[in-house]
Design a protein around this ligand. Structure first.
Ligand SMILES: *Cc1c(COP(=O)(O)O)cnc(C)c1O
Length: 479
């Protein structure tokens, strides 16, 4: 069989190779053919191909196999790696699904800036060099009740910047209940070490008192850090000082106080049933000297880390040489500015997708779910049922907070839930759903009304393929 392998040149002359060369160029196709030949040699040596090529013309069979693999490469070559998906999980800020979708106005602003020259670092009044930091500064200051603000690449960068700027070479006091890991191996003690500040742990996992902080202050202390428990909740016999006490203690001791808020909620969400998510302005009003938060969690904007606080603190952060390495780009600035303007005109609940999802009342979801389920049963060979369920805020926001929702449960006689899930995930616009006890669950809270048709069409296609190919094909062909 090894001897029957066609030469690279013969393979290059095949129709499939010529087609792919049109897209990728001949050199790249030659490399791909070398890779494929390498794979085939290994598979032949392992005896894996013998069964499929048991008789007939081995050389022709191998050639056909090469062409099949080239076609697969050809498909991969035109499919972008990053694609949009439909989030039917009901997890509003889903870190695996790109967190917050941008508001229309933010996407429009981004497109305009991204495809043209801009005044990113140009002062249009003076006609000379300007600074990028000015762009969202006033707007952020107004919305957070801070004197000033600055934007970094993400909140992890913001934490590193603040710790390094305010506490390098000194000590930072943190409660043992707040020494958290956020995910993606971002751990407060590790970031602290990289920032050049020394961690001074106080209190216990469940209870830390203001006296614990006060007793730990010495001449090395630069900062008291408070971390919002964004992705966990300690329940039961617990206590920690409130922000006001932390702010006052730090002021009396002549040191700074910093709260890593994680999510960065700009408006009160209790009216929508979300408890325990602090509003950024409240921390600053309570006397905390500086806060930071993400742009793409509850704020619903682009990936960014926002640092807000006193003018003097922000100026020190701005002058930190690390700022140059961790700064935000022009697309971030324009999307963030447009998002913040929505908050300023008070229409976040209708324009910012994550806030809109959170603010959607359950009876509205119920009406949509009923019509959606009806459309599925009339167009697909599937059974549906409406179930009371819960949506999650997610993304390390409001841990433990659930929003009541209506789930559409989808089942079929001849297709398992995991096959349906798999088929939806492989749809041209992938649809991500929950599965539970052999049911597919769709939560429309995170699905835009115009995306419902994407899901229904995908499900109809799935039923048709099962119909056309006969029973049980679903498990092999579709999955
Ligand atoms: C999410 C989070 C971060 C990291 O923010 P990114 O924007 O993902 O870098 C830091 N601290 C807390 C408390 C968080 O919840």
């Amino acid at each position: 069989m090894l001897r029957s392998l066609p030469s690279i040149d013969r393979m290059l002359a095949s129709a499939a190779a010529l087609r792919l060369a049109g897209k990728l160029g001949r050199d790249r196709v030659r490399d791909i053919l070398r890779e494929i030949t390498g794979e085939l040699r290994i598979e032949i040596a392992a005896g894996n191909l013998e069964r499929s090529f048991a008789d007939g013309d081995t050389s022709a069979a191998l050639m056909a196999e090469v062409e099949r693999r080239l076609e697969a490469q050809s498909l991969a070559a035109v499919t972008p790696s990053v694609v949009r998906v439909v989030n039917a999980t009901g997890v509003v800020v889903h870190t695996n699904l790109g967190r917050a979708p941008l508001a229309r106005a933010a996407a429009d602003a981004l497109l305009e800036t991204a495809t043209h020259y801009s005044n990113l670092e140009y002062d249009l009044q003076q006609g000379g060099r300007g600074r990028r930091e000015v762009h969202c500064q006033q707007l952020l200051a107004r919305l957070t009740s801070a004197e000033s603000a600055i934007v970094a690449n993400n909140n992890a960068a913001a934490v590193l910047l603040v710790l390094n700027t305010l506490a390098e070479g000194g000590e930072v006091i943190v409660s043992r209940g707040e020494l958290i890991e956020i995910g993606g191996s971002f751990r407060i003690p590790d970031v602290m070490e990289k920032s050049g500040a020394r961690l001074c742990e106080v209190g216990t996992t469940n209870r830390t008192h203001i006296a614990d902080y006060a007793n730990a202050i010495n001449e090395q202390t630069r900062l008291i850090l408070r971390v919002h428990p964004s992705n966990y909740r300690i329940v039961g016999f617990t206590s920690r000082p409130d922000v006001r006490e932390i702010g006052e203690l730090a002021k009396r001791a002549g040191i700074a106080s910093y709260e890593d808020l994680g999510s960065g909620c700009l408006i009160e969400l209790t009216q929508y049933g979300v408890e325990g998510e602090p509003v950024v302005a409240e921390s600053l009003k309570a006397g905390i000297s500086v806060v930071s938060f993400s742009g793409d969690k509850m704020l619903g904007g682009p990936q960014a880390g926002i640092i807000a606080g006193s003018g003097a603190t922000i100026e020190r952060v701005r002058k930190n040489p690390l700022m140059r390495a961790l700064r935000a780009g022009k697309m971030t600035y324009s999307a963030l500015e447009a998002t913040l303007r929505i908050y300023e005109r008070g229409s976040a609940a209708s324009e910012v997708p994550v806030i809109r999802a959170i603010a959607t009342p359950v009876d509205q979801l119920e009406g949509r779910a009923a019509a959606f389920a009806q459309a599925i049963t009339s167009r697909c060979r599937l059974k549906t049922e409406l179930m009371a369920g819960q949506s999650v805020i997610g993304g390390g926001s409001a841990p433990g907070t659930m929003l009541p929702t209506v789930l559409v449960s989808i089942v079929a006689d001849d297709i398992t839930a995991s096959s349906i899930e798999n088929a939806l995930r492989h749809n041209s616009v992938p649809v991500i759903v929950r599965t539970e006890r052999d049911r597919v669950l769709v939560d429309l809270r995170t699905v835009e009304p115009e995306e419902e048709e994407v899901i229904i069409t995908a499900l109809a296609g799935l039923s048709r393929r099962v119909d056309g190919d006969g029973r049980n094909v679903a498990g092999t062909q579709i999955a």
